[in-house]
Design a protein around this ligand. Structure first.
Ligand code: PA5
Length: 444
């Protein structure tokens, strides 16, 4: 993975990125010495290097049980208990899931919304296949996931009988507390622990992400290897100017201080759509607090050049872009020649589709920079487990540094409780009587 900041750094005062070195180094030291805000949630920092081959083997063994006994596996989880697995599985899967060779179970995601049609349609499908469940919830009490798990548990038990269902239901949750833990212990499900000191959005390299990714048939050892190598590359031992996480954190803070309040993560590969979703949660929940924080947005190019492209080129100049560029596609396809040439595209005949994509990417960067949009570029060799592992750890490390430089606690998310309190009051949850009364007053 390579980071190029030159087309972004030119937008801030000369020397501004270099001048941030003391702040950024101090943030890195605060992470390393656990002296920063939120220092009880730093379990992700050296997580990659702490993962053993034995642990990977245990996850792969559980994945094998699900693979051998299920045509579909539903991953129930939301937010940090969902997005990492979906990101990696989407990035590595066939773009048209139904065309995938079917020697692996189809991995489906639920528990990440409260759509009645979504759940009804899922259930209708699951009645036609042998399925298993991975129930993922750190707190073990998240409403979206818990409602979904109720439905799935009953369906699975009705389909296979209670004893057989136990073999294909796996819990990933807290070691001791929460309903998911109580149920797993009571029913005797295989379970994995989410460490106390790893927050949801930093948990993709725990069983939260690793188990579903392994079930989908991907190489979690390579994913972890990529993260381990990036852990070294982004360590304190790497000089500031060569440390990609430090540089990215510095540039985005310098731009933010200069009025660039929105960062757009750009991809040119549809398979990376969910990478943008994962990244939005990571940066949005980590930095958006105390009335501060870059707003993280994401687009899929060239698709969104035909919609959001107008805004990015000519809208308010408060944005900057970070482009993830995949250097080599995993397949080869050329533009065909056409005798009639009615579309006038024979000048492209014989060229790889990716050459066209790359020129769109370069042309867009030039246009956006000319239009006043700072651009950073992250290049990876290809879309595979190793490179995704690198990207994941890079963004996590940079997020920790960036949040500390911004002056917030990057590891809490107090703001996500407000909607839950209102929802429980509106649904008359026992214990919320006072809130219910107050909310009824507001609604008058
Ligand atoms: O990052 C976070 O902490 C959140 O997005 C949580 O992961 C999400 O709310 C799900 O929580 P839980 O795993 O407790 O069900």
């Amino acid at each position: 993975m390579k980071l190029n900041i030159s087309k972004a750094a030119q937008f801030v005062k000369a020397g501004a990125v270099e001048a941030m070195e003391p702040q950024v180094m101090a943030a890195q030291e605060a992470l390393e010495n656990a002296t920063c805000l939120g220092n009880d949630f730093l379990g992700w920092l050296h997580l990659p290097s702490s993962i053993t081959p034995e642990f990977i083997a245990e996850i792969n063994a559980t994945a094998k049980v699900l693979q051998e006994n299920c045509e579909a596996v539903v991953v129930a989880g939301i937010g940090g208990s969902y997005l990492g697995a979906r990101t990696v599985i989407d990035a590595l899967s066939n773009s048209f899931g139904w065309l995938q060779p079917s020697n692996m179970p189809r991995v489906l995601f639920a528990g990440n919304n409260i759509g009645e049609d979504y759940l009804s349609e899922l259930i209708a499908y699951l009645k036609t296949v042998k399925f298993g469940v991975i129930n993922i919830s750190k707190s073990g009490t998240t409403t979206e996931t818990a409602i979904t798990f109720r439905l799935l548990k009953k369906l699975c038990e009705d389909q296979r009988g209670k004893d057989e269902a136990k073999k294909v239901i796996v819990a990933v949750t807290d070691a001791k507390k929460g309903a998911a833990r109580t149920t797993a212990d009571k029913e005797g499900y295989k379970s994995f622990i989410i460490p106390d000191n790893v927050g949801g959005r930093f948990s993709v390299l725990t069983p939260v992400g690793l188990l579903p990714i392994a079930v989908a048939g991907f190489d979690i050892a390579q994913l972890v290897k990529g993260a381990q190598d990036m852990e070294k590359e982004c360590s304190l031992a790497t000089p500031y100017a060569e440390n990609p996480a430090a540089q990215y954190a510095a540039v985005r803070n310098a731009l933010y201080q200069d009025g660039k309040k929105i960062e757009i993560l750009v991809n040119y590969q549809p398979k990376l759509h969910y990478f943008g979703e994962w990244w939005k949660q990571l940066y949005g929940e980590s930095e958006g607090k105390d009335l501060k924080g870059v707003f993280p947005a994401a687009v899929d190019f060239t698709t969104d050049l035909h919609s959001m492209g107008q805004w990015i080129q000519e809208g308010e100049r408060t944005i900057f872009e970070t482009v993830i560029s995949v250097e080599n596609p995993n397949t080869e396809l050329a533009v065909p020649s056409d005798e009639e040439n009615l579309d006038g595209l024979n000048f492209l005949a014989g060229k790889r589709i990716d050459q066209v994509n790359k020129m769109a990417e370069l042309g867009t960067q030039l246009a956006h920079v000319d239009g006043g949009v700072p651009n950073m570029k992250l290049s990876i060799d290809k879309l595979d487990e190793y490179n995704l592992g690198q990207l994941i750890y890079f963004f996590e490390k940079a997020c920790g540094i960036s949040g500390i430089v911004l002056g917030v606690n990057p590891f809490n998310q107090p703001g996500v409780e407000a909607y839950k309190k209102n929802m429980f009051a509106l649904l008359n949850k026992p214990g919320y009587e006072k809130e219910s009364a107050a909310i009824q007053e507001k609604l008058k």
